[in-house]
Design a protein around this ligand. Structure first.
Ligand SMILES: [Zn+2]
Ligand SMILES: [Zn+2]
Length: 333
């Protein structure tokens, strides 16, 4: 199989021929059709995860099941599936027993089995989710990390009817958060530093687009504040600024890996019962809900597509901030 391999950290990814893998008991073999490129892949590239090269990255894979390992009964050959980050927990710890396998210290991920930047990949059957009929692989791919993450963030913000949501950071995650919030009927503001995205964000459902810069809280406060802020930016400074524009009782849900600790205004935190929350991929129903909204055409991932052979060039494009929303590698080209 052809694969984009990280042979050494901080070096260009190499297109290599690797032996085809075979599924172990409980696993399936997937012929990958599309694989989204996430900002986290840049952290992998720089060696910030506890991994030893060679590595095949890619944690937004979608493809066809082509072989079942022993004991797999819930999937069939030919199923169209995507695979999310935490595929299987130990089954016995408190996190697993309470249905939150993502919190399991022994959770199996793409880091154990190999990711989707490869023509074939292994996955635990329990980590596969069926694609809704009619949803194409490239459109579905970003939902398996970006979409799942922000749908969990939105649900974990507990938005109530009539509340106003603001999305901070409008890239791969943020443009989906904006659309999910709008699709649920919530008034939704977009706060971006890129004025050139304003028309697109309005078309995606933003009731108002605020140009944030380094102090997005000021722009948001001037616009009346928000009850919920869904933050996907990496800038701790921007998160702290936005926090000050939460209305009393408001919740800021952080989903970005920030460049430094977030220094929230303690008086704002206390005096208005405001909350700083964190969220990542949570309940499986969040992923299902996100896929259904995309399949229904209510949410449209904005993707740019490239052949797998260009994986390294796409990584460079992502690192340079040139990917507008989400880049997806297509393996059939
Ligand atoms: Zn990701
Ligand atoms: Zn466990």
């Amino acid at each position: 199989m052809r694969a984009a391999v990280i042979a050494r950290f901080d070096q260009p990814w190499e297109l290599q021929q690797l032996p085809d893998p075979r599924p172990q008991p409980g696993q399936v073999l997937i012929r990958v059709r599309a694989s989204g490129m996430c900002g986290t892949d840049l952290h992998v590239h720089h060696g910030l995860f506890p991994l030893q090269p060679p590595i095949v990255a890619g944690h937004e894979p979608v493809g066809d099941v082509v072989e079942l390992g022993a004991g797999v009964t819930r999937l069939r050959v030919g199923d169209r599936v995507g695979v999310h980050w935490h595929q299987q927990g130990c089954g016995r710890c408190a996190a697993c027993q309470s249905g939150r396998e993502g919190g399991c210290a022994e959770a199996q991920t793409w880091m154990h089995l190999g990711g989707g930047n490869s023509e074939l990949m292994l996955a635990w059957a329990s980590g596969c989710t069926l694609l809704p009929d009619g949803l194409d692989a490239a459109t579905a791919a970003p939902i398996f990390c970006a979409g799942y993450t922000v749908m969990s963030g939105l649900r974990n913000a507990d938005p109530r009817p009539g509340e106003r949501v603001a999305v901070l950071g409008l890239g791969g995650l943020g443009h989906l958060a904006l659309q999910f919030s709008h699709a649920l009927g919530l008034a939704t503001f977009a706060i971006t530093g890129q004025a050139g995205k304003a028309a697109e964000l309005r078309a995606m459902g933003a009731d108002e687009v605020l140009i944030g810069g380094d102090d997005p809280g000021r722009a948001l406060a001037a616009a009346g504040g928000a009850d919920v802020i869904l933050s996907t930016t990496n800038s701790a400074r921007q998160v702290a600024s936005a926090f000050r524009a939460l209305r009393p009782g408001g919740r800021l849900v952080n989903m970005g890996v920030t460049d430094s600790p977030i220094a929230v205004d303690v008086m704002a935190l206390m005096m208005g019962q405001r909350q700083l929350r964190g969220s990542s991929q949570d309940e499986r129903s969040d992923l299902y809900e996100a896929l259904q909204l995309v399949a229904a055409g209510k949410v449209r991932p904005a993707i740019e597509t490239y052949p797998l052979a260009q994986a390294n060039a796409v990584r460079e494009r992502l690192a340079a901030g040139k990917v507008r929303y989400r880049a997806v590698l297509l393996h059939d080209r």
